[in-house]
Structures are given as structure tokens and as C-alpha cells.
Design a protein around this ligand. Structure first.
Ligand code: ATP
Ligand code: MG
Length: 365
């Protein structure tokens, strides 16, 4: 859009407004003439602006576009429009006029915000990659050690009885538990774990519901809300189960006393690939896991997906980092928010897949 021009006298009364400026701010040019300049300044800046305007009239200088100040104009409807302003003046005394050239920078601000988001996501992805490598390295060594411990204890079991037998059984069981954990860590970031397949979420969730219920306390109700015609997702079944299990178990663990965990599925549109600029919205399926727990602090929200971040006494803190990894592998995104006054929502977005309708007539048949 072309730059807008506004001219005012030394008292800040508008004497001329260009068509471009008027259109930008929702006016006709003649509507702005004779109005105080603060008509087009956002309310929160108006008092300060008046002071700056007076100072400028005392010692006017030419200032190029955008230098020094992040400015904003006020649209007729009250909306704030980010602008750059260039200033100059002519005439003297009561004939003095101040000319402001106003440029709408909304689009530029939007792409700057998108770039910052992209940089943040990239940083997070790099961090996860590095931590994933570290976790896999450590897990691999631990797995070998635990295998040796468990194997030796199992051998010793063959000729042990009484108290010793019980102790050895505990060692074998603990080593197996440890290996279960390390096998989860080993999956961290492994792109080939589980082949993706086209899944009908309504069916998958119905099958999974009894299992999910078993993993949360009885006082917590687990509900599924999934419309029958929701689009499919292309993800490994094992991964989908792992994602849902971790999210529902976390939600259940967050609730003290009675409460509810709802898994809500819906079709939506989302920017799934923010690294392609301009990022485009595409068809997606959202899976929201909402609980009635205490919600999350700002600190928790900031580290939620970091490996080993936990606030639980017995927690390992790898649940959500694995979920993050699995969702990313499926081409999706995950985010979290705390719901005021209580509760949390973990939102998984996955690319939507709609298979051709089986009963649709095939062309040419
Ligand atoms: N629904 C939720 N409500 C409140 N806090 C949550 C919720 N989900 C996750 N959190 C917070 O995020 C942290 C990390 O979760 P994550 O699943 O990664 O690890 P964990 O549950 O602590 O341990 P585990 O590895 O056993 O799953 C939790 O310790 C908890 O503080
Ligand atoms: Mg967890």
C-alpha cells in the first residue's frame, strides 16, 4: 500500500490527510481535516504523543521513516495499526506545518513474528536432537549393564532358595523395569520405529479407551469426544497409543481428587510446517487432551517437552519429550496451555488424510 501523508499545524490540528492515510485508518480524508492529530493515535499513546508533538514543534528536525520510534496509529474502529513515521516541517511561527509520512508495517511485523517463531522452533528442534542423541547413548550403555545384571541374577536364581531367591527375583524384576525404561529412551528420535498407517481415530480411540482408563485412578473419568466423520491420520499405531497414553496418564496424575480427562478430536486447519515461508494452513486433525487438574505454571510450560523435566517425585520426565518426538515424526506439532482457572490442555495437531470414500463410484467403471 502507498504511504499516507498527514499535515498538521503547530497546535496539532490536521489540515490535510491523503486518501491513502484515510483508507488505512478507515476514514474519508475530509473527515480527518480539523481533527486533533491524536484522533489517529492509539489511546494508550495519546498523552505521550501530545508531549512529543509539542517538543517537535519547538525544535523541528527531519526524521526519516521508522528511525527511533516504534509507532502505532489508531484505526477508526479502535484497532492499533503498527506504522513507521517520517517527519519534516515547513513554514515558521503560526504558519508552521508538520508533515508526517505514514507507512503501514503490519505485514512486515507479521513476517517478523513468523520468523521469530520459526527460529524458536528450530532452536527447540536442535535442542531435542542433541538431547535425543545423548539420551540414546546413555540408554544404550545402561541397557547393556542392566542386561548383565538381570541375566546374572536370573542365572543365580537357578540354584537359590529362601530369602536369597526373593532378593534375586527383585533384582531380575527391577532390571527388567530398567530395561523397559531404556528401551523407551532408545526409541527417542529413532525415525524408523513403527511404520505409519492410515488410522481411523474414532475406531482407535474406542479400542484404546478401556486401556487408558486402567492407567488413571478410578476417581478420574476418561471421556472421548470424536465425531464419526473426522479425517484420518497417518501415523504408526504404536506411536499413536504411546502419545495418547502419555498425555492421558499425565492428565490423570495432575488431578488430585475427582476429575475428568477428555480426549477431544476435531477437524481443523493449521500451520503444520512453520519452516516453509510463507507458512500455509493445511487440513489437520487436532487431538486435545484436556484435564480438570491444577493447570501448569509458566516455568513448567517453558520446559514441558524438555527431556528429564519433571515435577513428580518418581517421574523420569521423558514422557512428553517422547510424545514431542513422535508427533514431529508424524509431521505434526504439539503445544500446551494452562486453562484458567484450572486445568491444562495438550494439543496435538496431525496432518489430515482423507481416503477416497469406499462407496464412491470409481471413474470409468
Ligand atoms: N496435564 C498436566 N497438568 C499439569 N502438569 C503437567 C501435565 N502434563 C505434564 N505436566 C508437567 O510436565 C512434566 C513433564 O511431563 P512428562 O510426562 O514429560 O514427565 P513425567 O510425567 O514427570 O514423568 P514420566 O516420564 O513418568 O512421564 C510433569 O512432571 C508435570 O509437571
Ligand atoms: Mg508423564
Amino acid at each position: 500500500m502507498a504511504d499516507g501523508v498527514v499535515v498538521c499545524d503547530r497546535h496539532g490540528t490536521i489540515v490535510y490527510a491523503s486518501e491513502g492515510l484515510a483508507v488505512l485508518l478507515g476514514y474519508r480524508p475530509d473527515e480527518l481535516v480539523s481533527q486533533p492529530l491524536e484522533t489517529i493515535v492509539p489511546d494508550r499513546l495519546a498523552a505521550r504523543h501530545e508531549g512529543l508533538r509539542r517538543e517537535y514543534v519547538e525544535s523541528p528536525a527531519t526524521r526519516s521513516m521508522g528511525v527511533g520510534l516504534e509507532l502505532a496509529a489508531r484505526h477508526r474502529c479502535g484497532r492499533v495499526v503498527p506504522v513507521e513515521v517520517g517527519l519534516s516541517s515547513f513554514g515558521a511561527g503560526s504558519e508552521m506545518r508538520v508533515v508526517a509520512v505514514v507507512r503501514d508495517v503490519s505485514e512486515r511485523r507479521r513476517s517478523e513474528a513468523a520468523r521469530r517463531r520459526l527460529e524458536r522452533d528450530l532452536l527447540q528442534a536442535r535442542k531435542m536432537e542433541a538431547l535425543g542423541r545423548l539420551a540414546r547413548g546413555v540408554a544404550h550403555d545402561f541397557n547393556n549393564i542392566l542386561q548383565a545384571v538381570g541375566g546374572t541374577a536370573a542365572l543365580a536364581l537357578e540354584h537359590a532358595d529362601g530369602r536369597l531367591r526373593e532378593d534375586l527375583e527383585t533384582i531380575v524384576a527391577s532390571a527388567a523395569q530398567g530395561r523397559e525404561l531404556t528401551s523407551q529412551l532408545l526409541m527417542f528420535g529413532r525415525p524408523d520405529a513403527g511404520a505409519p498407517e492410515l488410522l481411523d481415530l474414532q475406531r482407535e480411540l474406542a479400542e484404546l479407551l478401556p486401556v487408558l482408563r486402567r492407567f488413571v485412578p478410578k476417581r478420574v473419568e476418561v471421556r472421548i469426544e470424536c465425531p464419526p466423520d473426522v479425517a484420518g491420520v497417518c501415523v504408526s499405531r504404536v506411536h499413536l497409543e504411546q502419545i495418547l497414553m502419555n498425555l492421558v496418564v499425565n492428565a490423570g496424575e495432575a488431578i488430585e481428587g475427582d476429575g475428568e480427562v477428555t480426549v477431544r478430536v476435531a477437524d481443523t486447519r493449521a500451520r503444520l510446517r512453520p519452516d516453509s515461508l510463507p507458512s500455509v494452513e493445511e487440513e489437520a486433525v487436532e487431538i486435545a487432551v484436556v484435564d480438570t487438574g491444577p493447570g501448569m505454571s509458566e516455568d513448567t510450560l517453558a520446559c514441558l517437552f524438555d527431556p528429564f523435566y519433571t515435577t513428580k517425585p518418581g517421574g523420569t520426565g521423558i514422557g512428553l519429550s517422547i510424545v514431542y518426538e513422535l508427533v514431529s515424526q508424524a509431521g505434526g506439532r504439539i503445544s500446551a496451555r494452562s486453562l484458567a482457572p484450572a486445568g491444562a490442555e495438550l494439543l496435538v495437531l496431525l496432518p489430515a488424510f482423507r481416503p477416497p470414500h469406499p462407496s464412491a463410484p470409481c471413474p470409468g467403471v
